[in-house]
Design a protein around this ligand. Structure first.
Ligand code: NAG
Ligand code: NAG
Length: 475
């Protein structure tokens, strides 16, 4: 009995060779799978190779004579999806390549290499990963789902989602089935979705691109736009590229109605940009000159596929308040109609050099700044920069005319200009005097022309009088 067992065992060993454990191969649907299989390197005999798929029969076979056979299901329209490159045979590499892998290709494979009576068999488990989308371009606000399928699914495998290479934690938090992500479509979902499956130290991944249709800029409702009084500001409203929304409308919403906003009047300087260079998907508008009263909520809307999409945004207007107006100093305060997002203020002085280029010099942090108006260094332009969590939000500028500049003290930078102005003024004064003289002369001559006889009479009279006086003196 033991001998029979031994013989049976020996035969089984010779038939099946050294059985390695099943090799796991993960591959993304549509790509090429390579199922590894190596023959014994020591053998010099030309081996016979058979690749089979569990429950599907032969995939590919090569006789000792070199003849090859392909399973019928692997050929469609004369194109074979499987091959075993000859070039590798010398290295005893009989790996099977499957092109354009399909979900149904997943499953167990066996590679048997027969060197005469010595049979080596390798088992490979091919797992095909595929990411499917409910729609590659869902409309904003619709339900979107992204699912990850692995065929066959490995029990106990881990699954993780990344969106644009960042780990994505589904908000719908159903831990029971991580394979499907269900979300309301927003711009947040736009990008490359990758499903990463880990199993027995191996990792497989598959990706799909999702592009949510709608207003992509601003990407969220309630986005704040910052503008200084008197400046221009763009009100962005950009739809996904290639889309042409119908009935685009801009509205300014009356304050006070958060849940049921009603449209009010658009500002005087509102300009619906409709330049021909602007793509049809860009419905941005602008205010050419912002006033304090322009602050508030704006809404842009457009219709896509019969569904109206809207985006609300808030315009925050910034200005500088100066107080108190004493003779020697002034306090400037940065004033925003909504400062809830502002984390920092910084005051800078804008210094223009002779070349006309401007440099910025940081002066201090804080919402207010006190400036000595007697100092000529304070002369010029000042700006308050305001920052949020993610960097600068905007700035607002203010012009200072110092006392010293008004009372005639001049800084070296402006001395040339002042000299020129004084010189020009003097020249003008002289010219004016000359003109006045010329005019006076002209007037006199005109008078003389009008009364030539009168002048002769006056003249004769005075001459006679003078002569009489002279004669009297002689006596
Ligand atoms: C003005 O420009 C010249 C050359 O561009 C440069 O050498 C010079 O330093 C500049 N002057 C100032 C005050 O910046
Ligand atoms: C202020 O904002 C305007 C417009 O965004 C920008 O061109 C300018 O450089 C800013 N000024 C400073 C000092 O940052």
């Amino acid at each position: 009995m033991p001998l029979e067992y031994f013989l049976f065992g020996l035969i089984t060993f010779l038939l099946t060779g050294v059985e390695c454990e099943e090799t796991e191969v993960f591959v993304e649907a549509g790509s090429q799978a390579v199922l590894p299989c190596k023959g014994s390197p020591s053998s010099s005999v030309i081996p016979e190779i058979i690749w089979t798929k569990a429950n599907k029969g032969t995939v590919w076979r090569k006789d000792r004579s070199g003849l090859q056979y392909w399973g019928s299901s692997w050929t469609s329209n004369g194109v074979r999806r499987v091959q075993c490159p000859h070039s590798r045979f010398e290295r005893k590499d009989f790996s099977l390549q499957i092109n354009n892998v399909r979900t149904e290709d997943g499953g167990g494979y066996s590679c048997r290499v027969m060197h005469g009576d010595l049979i080596t068999e390798r088992l490979i488990m091919l797992r095909v990963i595929k990411v499917s989308l409910s729609s590659p371009m869902p409309l904003w606000g619709s339900d979107a789902s992204i699912s990850c399928d692995v065929t066959p699914w490995p029990r106990g495998a881990s699954l993780q989602w990344t969106l644009n290479d960042r780990t994505f934690d589904p908000q719908s938090g159903s831990d029971t089935d991580q394979r499907v992500v269900r979300e309301k479509a927003t711009v947040r979902l736009t990008g490359i979705w990758t499903c990463v499956v880990g199993f027995r130290g191996r990792e497989g991944r598959a990706s799909a691109a999702l592009n949510v249709k709608g207003i992509i800029h601003p990407s969220t409702d309630g986005t704040k736009l910052y503008a200084a009084v008197g400046s221009a500001v763009s009100l962005p409203c950009v739809f996904s590229s290639g889309l042409t929304p119908s009935d685009p409308v801009w509205e300014k919403l009356k304050p006070g109605f958060i849940f049921k906003p009603s449209p009010g009047r658009l500002p005087a300087s509102f300009s619906p940009s409709s330049s021909s260079s602007q793509p049809l998907s860009d419905k941005s508008a602008s205010l050419t000159e912002v006033e304090v009263g322009d602050e508030g909520r704006y809404r842009c809307s457009g219709t896509l596929d019969g569904q109206q999409l809207t985006r609300n945004m808030q315009l925050v207007v910034a200005k500088i308040i100066s107080s108190p107006p004493t003779k020697t100093s002034v306090t400037l305060t940065c004033d925003l109609t909504d400062s809830s997002e502002v984390t920092d203020y910084e005051w800078v002085q804008l210094i223009s050099d002779l070349n006309g280029s401007q440099s910025v010099q940081s002066v201090q942090k804080g919402i207010s700044l006190s400036i000595n108006t007697m100092s000529e260094e304070s002369q010029g332009e000042w700006a308050c920069l305001f920052y949020g969590k993610h960097g600068i939000l905007g700035n607002v500028t203010y012009h200072i005319h110092t006392m010293s500049a008004l009372s005639g003290h001049t800084s070296p930078g402006s001395s040339q200009n002042t000299a020129a102005v004084v010189g020009l003024g003097f020249l003008l004064l002289v010219l004016l005097l000359i003109l006045a003289q010329v005019y006076k002369n002209h007037q006199r001559r005109k008078r003389i022309f009008q009364f030539p006889a009168l002048e002769t009479i006056v003249h004769t009279n005075s001459n006679e009088r003078e002569e009489r006086e002279r004669n009297q003196e002689k006596k």
